[in-house]
Design a binder for this molecule. Structure first.
Ligand SMILES: Cc1ncc(COP(=O)(O)O)c(C=O)c1O
Length: 488
């Protein structure tokens, strides 16, 4: 495919977000003296400037440098596959340098990244604000832990708690090394509080991670093949638009009440993804959630909202704000785009000492960057009905709809778009067809992934933090070209 630059929109992503005053006073420290010194500032700005210049060349989709380099690259990938015992999904090995939504690969090609490591890089690649955070963490140790946190831990927890909203009861935050560990922590906190009740309600098609406990919460038997299950989780029917609000709610409540009646005193909590990511970009109307959560509260269940994938990505910082469900949740878990994972919980749910710990909380660079991400997200017009996320989301959605009713008629199926979570079915919406599309899309220069099942959808978690409508138009053009190639 021809090289395609989009320089007309290129400066958009260079905005750094407004730095907010922090409560941590480090003006007396050696560290502060170093980082504010003229010598450090000069070195930093030179490094940022050479990096930004180098990154500029990574703007726009392009192919590999040469067939020879490509052949070597494929050998490297095959070696990696051999070491891991499994070939990678895509022929993807990044160099770590990129620009906005673009990422350079080791064969010299540049791809537009619409899946961002399944939702990590919301602000794209080589973002100057992140490079700055990494540089300012330069002389620190590499990892922080629970026993010896740096002030970055304090800052990121304080910042996120300052954004939970006035109606939320969340008061505490605990840093964990992954979304799965945040979820493990959520479950343990709930069980300790509700002891001796242990059982959990979750929803059909949900995803919670891959630990022994979370693979049971996750509603996908393929992800726990050969593993024991402990009969601790009941999957209730999720909202079914085909049934409509009333019937769908009644079906879920009937299943829930039956389980409660069959196992009195055994259920401790309920876990929900307000927008199912892995499950295929599915969500319910607010009224459905209210109906289910009111019943859960009546049954004295703790409510846990898994926002590992949704956090930051909808028209509000927390997905529960998007749905107006602030006051319901006892525990909320976040991760992915924050570059740090956390369990947030109410005063009432605060566990007793000893239940929660762990060596790593995150790297200095990741925790610094996570705090910066919170600042950027909340100070730069991303949220609200007319915010950047909403505008980009609508543009993407209308673009796919236009393809569906135009040049790609018969090639696009269901379209599910909410904020920065984009799903659309392609061809026969089977796994094989979706994979075929994703592989060809990748060859054509755009990286996306899949979600759901029967029907499968193409899943994009695009770097809306650095995207403009012009970038989305490039993505749509490549989607269109790919579908038309597969048609012929
Ligand atoms: C909703 C949800 N919960 C939990 C997880 C697990 O997070 P991690 O992969 O960081 O362990 C994921 C990851 O995709 C997720 O989407």
């Amino acid at each position: 495919m021809q090289q395609k630059y989009v320089d007309d929109t290129s400066e958009e992503f260079l905005r750094l977000g407004n730095l907010q005053e922090t409560a941590v006073n480090d003006s007396h420290t050696l560290r502060n003296k170093l980082f504010t010194s003229a010598a450090f500032q000069k070195a930093k700005s030179e490094l940022l400037s050479v990096t930004a210049n180098a990154a500029k060349s990574a703007r726009g989709i392009r192919g590999e440098t040469s067939p020879e380099i490509r052949a070597d690259y494929l050998k490297e990938l095959a070696a990696l596959g051999k070491m891991k015992g499994r070939d990678p999904f895509f022929s993807y090995l990044s160099t770590g340098l990129g620009s906005g939504p673009y990422m350079e690969l080791l064969d010299g090609s540049v791809k537009m990244d619409l899946i961002t490591g399944i939702g990590i890089n919301f602000f794209g690649h080589s973002h100057p604000a992140f490079m700055e955070e990494i540089l300012e963490g330069l002389t620190s140790d590499v990892m922080q832990g629970n026993l010896q946190p740096g002030f970055e831990s304090e800052e990121i927890i304080r910042t996120i708690l300052s954004h939970v909203g006035p109606k939320s009861r969340l008061k505490h935050g605990w840093l964990l090394g992954s979304g799965t560990m945040a979820n493990e922590t959520a479950l343990k906190i709930i069980r300790q509080k509700k002891h001796p009740a242990t059982r959990l309600f979750a929803f059909a098609d949900c995803f919670a991670g891959r630990s022994t406990a979370m693979q049971e919460v996750t509603d996908n038997p393929k992800y726990r093949e050969g593993q024991p299950t402990y009969n601790e989780v009941t999957h209730l029917p999720f909202y079914d638009p085909a049934l409509g609000l009333e019937k769908s709610l009644a079906a879920t409540l009937a299943a829930m009440n039956e389980s409660l009646a069959n196992s009195p005193g055994k259920y401790a909590g309920m876990m929900v993804e307000l927008v199912q990511g892995e499950g295929g970009i599915r969500w319910a109307p607010r009224e459905w959630y209210v109906g289910v959560f009111e019943a859960a509260k009546k049954a004295n269940l703790a409510l846990w909202d898994d926002e590992v994938q949704t956090f930051g990505r909808l028209e509000t910082l927390f997905a529960y704000q998007h749905f107006g469900l602030e006051d319901y949740f006892d525990v909320v878990t976040v991760g992915k785009l924050l570059h740090a994972c956390m369990a947030l919980y109410t005063e009432d749910m605060n566990p007793r000492a000893g239940l929660v710990a762990g060596t790593f909380t995150g790297s200095f660079a990741a925790l610094r960057t996570g705090r910066r991400i919170l600042e950027m997200l909340t100070s730069d017009g991303y949220y609200g009905k007319d915010g950047k996320i909403s505008n980009l989301s609508n543009h993407f959605k209308h673009g796919i709809e236009k393809l569906k009713s135009g040049t790609c008629a018969g090639l696009i199926g269901e379209i599910r778009v909410i904020g920065g979570m984009v799903g659309f079915g392609v061809l026969g919406q089977t796994m094989d067809d979706t994979k075929k599309f994703l592989m060809r899309l990748f060859e054509n220069g755009v990286v996306a992934f899949y979600a759901g099942h029967d029907p499968y959808v193409v899943r994009c978690l695009p770097p809306f933090g650095v995207m403009t409508k012009a970038y989305i138009d490039v993505a749509l053009e490549v989607i269109e070209i790919t579908l038309l190639q597969l048609k012929s």
